[in-house]
Every structure is written in structure tokens, then in C-alpha cells.
Design a protein around this ligand. Structure first.
Ligand SMILES: Nc1ncnc2c1ncn2[C@@H]1O[C@H](COP(=O)(O)OP(=O)(O)OP(=O)(O)O)[C@@H](O)[C@H]1O
Ligand SMILES: [Mg+2]
Length: 349
């Protein structure tokens, strides 16, 4: 089986006109962790609900493994799709203990169910908590129970809708590392929804960017970050500096001098430069700039710089030297820049 999930031209109109999901075509391979990333209201939850079977598509087709679960003439209900779902608010049954929550979707003999619950409790590291009630657990523990419950019936695909957003920052990082490990261990195919670009970049095998219901780019985190298809995606997935420049093939003239390009271009372009691609030094070649502000993050510093004409840039520097507001520095480009057409804002045009 080549794909665990295939969605073709998936569309959902609400009230007959608003396209919450607009002509989305996606492929997910077995064992892959795909993230739907996009701003609030973009259609991510709607897309997930369509895949799970909680909504019927206005148009399009969904295939899970080799079964068509939705198209013009088929509609398989959620409980028959072999899809597990983890929600933002965990949605545990409050009056049932941990073991009961995990056993909820299980069939078969009592003994088989008990064995499966035991296996999942150990997988999520909660073997000692089988008899606790949900209100006796921390947020992170509740989230692990929700994950165990969704995995218990051995679904073909796991769908996770912002599952970490109710956890505080510290716990969030730990729980998402745990979840990623558990999904790898169980070789689970998963589609994960978030509007947090850091979370998407750190966890995913592939990321699908969704703006206004439309799929804009599907790529690995590395490609998405370094080669976003347009300026809007570039801004959405990280800090991005844009500098106007005049391109001549593999180089361009800009306010920070002649720079190398990723792709050949001619004429007016906007360079996209990630903060870590700028080399900032106290002296050396490069253009003179002034430090406007500095944020310290322990293992790196984020710097706001102003060039002589007032153009502002965001840079990132290691912590071997300390910069402070008002310092004069030199700035140059350490890596090739991506050039966008100045009119279309696209890479390839
Ligand atoms: N049941 C509904 N009826 C009408 N409009 C809806 C319904 N559900 C969602 N929408 C609209 O569809 C669009 C997409 O909503 P959706 O919840 O899918 O976005 P999202 O990307 O998950 O956003 P968030 O990041 O805020 O969770 C929004 O404009 C929303 O208002
Ligand atoms: Mg949502």
C-alpha cells in the first residue's frame, strides 16, 4: 500500500459559500507524521473533521488505505473509519478511571481488553495510574491518557487537533517529545494540526501549509524553512528579513552588498534572509549597522539591527560575544539568499 491516506480535491463549503476547505489534495505515507500548519480560521480543524468523518465533504474524495470513505456516492461514518482522534481539550470521560477511558473503544473479551489497556498504559508511562480518575491527573498525564485511548483500537491513522495547546510551555515540550516517540515506536501514521510553526518544524516529517482553506505548500520542515514558495509562507514559518535587490544570475546587488542567490534570477527581486544567515561582527567587511535591541535566549541572541539608511534587519548570533543596544557592528550574508519576484512574491516566475 503506497499511501495510508489520500484526499483529492477535498472541499467544504459552510452556508453554501464560505470555503472552509478549498480543493485540498494530500497524500500521507504509512508511518509518516504530517502536520497541517496555518493561521487561525484557516480550515485545519475542518480538514481533520472531514478526514475523521465528523463532516461530509461538499466535493472531493477521501481514501484510507485501500478503502474509499467519502466521495459522491460513499460515506463511511467515523466509528467505521479506523481513525483515532486526539482533541485539544483531551475530552476524557470525567466519571471513568484511566483504564476505563482507554478501554472505551475496545472490542473482544475482558481479558484481551485488559491486556491491551495494560500495554498502552506502559507505552504512555502511566502503568501506576490505571485506577486514577481524570481529575486526579496533571494536564500532561491527561494528554497521555487521551493518546492511549486514541491508539487503543489500533487505528490506521491518528488525527491530533492542537493536542498540546492546553499545556504550559515546559510540559508542552516534554509531552510532544513523548508523543513523537510513542508514534514512532508504534509506527503510527499521524496527521497533526497546529498553528505553532516551531512545533510543526520540530515534530513533522512533512508540513502542509494551509491559508484560507487552500493548500499552499507541502514540504519537509527543512525545505519549507529554507525555500518557502512565497513571501507569505516565508514569514509564517519563521523570522524573515526582506531586502530589495537587483539580480544578475546567481548574484544580486543589495543594501548589504553583493550577495549569492539560491536560484538564478534577473531584475528586481526581494531577498529573503533568515536571521541566522547574517554574520554579525564587531569589525570586518560588510555593511555597518547599529544594534537597536537584543534578546538573550541562553544559547543564542536575537538582534535588531539598523543599516545606515534606517532599514531594519533581525539577526541571530551565538553567545561567544555579547552585543548591546547602540553597538556598531558589521553585517554580511553568510549563506545564499532566496530571491522572490518583486511583483508576484513567488520564488519561481
Ligand atoms: N460549523 C461551522 N459552520 C460555519 N462555519 C464554520 C463551521 N466550522 C468552521 N467554520 C468556519 O470555517 C473556517 C475554518 O475553520 P476551522 O475551525 O477549520 O479553522 P482552524 O484552521 O482550525 O482555526 P484554529 O487555528 O483557530 O483552530 C472559519 O472561517 C470558521 O469560522
Ligand atoms: Mg482548529
Amino acid at each position: 500500500m503506497e499511501y495510508s491516506l489520500q484526499a483529492d480535491q477535498l472541499t467544504k463549503l459552510y452556508n453554501g459559500h464560505l470555503s472552509a476547505v478549498d480543493d485540498i489534495t494530500l497524500r500521507v505515507r504509512p508511518g509518516e507524521f504530517l502536520t497541517l500548519l496555518g493561521p487561525s480560521g484557516g480550515g485545519k480543524t475542518t480538514a481533520l473533521r472531514l478526514l475523521a468523518g465528523f463532516e461530509t465533504p461538499t466535493r472531493g474524495r477521501i481514501q484510507i488505505g485501500d478503502r474509499i470513505v467519502a466521495d459522491d456516492s460513499h460515506f463511511v461514518p467515523p466509528e467505521k473509519r479506523r481513525v483515532g482522534m486526539v482533541f485539544q481539550d483531551f475530552a476524557l470521560f470525567p466519571h471513568v478511571d484511566v483504564a476505563g477511558n482507554i478501554a472505551f473503544g475496545l472490542r473482544g473479551s475482558q481479558k484481551d481488553q485488559a491486556r491491551r489497556v495494560e500495554r498502552l498504559l506502559s507505552l504512555v508511562g502511566l502503568s501506576q495510574f490505571a485506577e486514577r480518575m481524570p481529575y486526579e491527573l496533571s494536564g500532561g498525564q491527561q494528554q497521555r491518557v487521551a493518546l492511549a485511548r486514541a491508539l487503543a483500537p489500533n487505528p490506521d491513522i491518528l488525527l491530533l487537533d492542537e493536542p498540546f495547546s492546553n499545556l504550559d510551555t515546559h510540559l508542552r515540550e516534554q509531552v510532544r517529545t513523548d508523543v513523537r516517540r510513542i508514534l514512532l515506536e508504534t509506527d503510527t501514521t499521524a496527521i497533526f494540526v497546529t498553528h505553532d510553526q516551531q512545533e510543526a518544524l520540530s515534530l513533522s516529517d512533512e508540513i502542509a501549509i494551509i491559508f484560507d482553506g487552500k493548500l499552499i505548500q507541502v514540504a519537509t520542515p527543512h525545505v519549507l524553512y529554507n525555500r518557502p514558495v512565497n513571501t507569505q509562507v516565508a514569514r509564517f514559518v519563521g523570522d524573515a528579513n526582506f531586502l530589495p535587490a537587483e539580480a544578475h544570475g546567481m548574484t544580486a546587488d543589495s543594501l548589504i552588498g553583493e550577495v549569492k542567490l539560491f536560484h538564478p534570477k534577473t531584475g528586481r527581486v526581494d531577498l529573503m534572509i533568515r536571521p541566522e544567515a547574517l554574520a554579525v561582527n564587531f569589525e570586518g567587511q560588510g555593511k555597518t549597522a547599529t544594534v537597536l535591541w537584543r534578546e538573550f535566549y541562553g544559547h543564542y541572541q536575537r538582534l535588531g539591527l539598523a543599516l545606515a539608511d534606517g532599514t531594519e534587519l533581525i539577526a541571530r548570533a551565538g553567545v561567544d560575544r555579547y552585543f548591546k543596544r547602540g553597538d556598531n557592528v558589521s553585517v554580511s550574508l553568510a549563506l545564499p539568499a532566496l530571491a522572490y519576484d518583486a511583483v508576484s512574491h513567488q520564488v519561481l516566475s
